[in-house]
Design a protein around this ligand. Sequence first.
Ligand SMILES: [Cu+2]
Length: 158
Amino acid sequence: MRTCEKWFIGGFFLLLAGVVSGQALPVIDVYKNPYCGCCGNWIKHLQATGFSVRVHETSDTDATRRQLGMPATYASCHTAKMTIAGKSYLFEGHVPAGDIQRLLREKPAALGLAVPGMPAGSPGMEVPKGQEQPYETLLILPDGSARVYKRHAPGQSQ
Ligand SMILES: [Cu+2]
């Protein structure tokens, strides 16, 4: 086999692996205000990681958050929902895709993840270097309490 053929076949399988792993990531339903720019940037961040996103526009994100069951204490600009194997998780705010992937692996007994507020430097909230703030991704437990799931240092949004 000539080298170029090997490269071609190798490339094909890499592409196939990419497609398969992309499809393995579940769909995330995102509820956001139509005028929210940083919500749109967070959606792009999810898509770049391989998640499929369905966007639902709402003029009242507080009401949507309440309906979905995310406690208002952890509020941010958008709420998302993902269902895997009959189990649903909620994501509030600018949660890094890497934390969602970890949740998919660990499947904890939890309501979901939240990054309350809109910390500068979180995915979708990109700011010039040096202006990022540290933030935490919280694991929201079924009783509504929270524990730190991941600490994010300034400059590493993932
Ligand atoms: Cu935001």
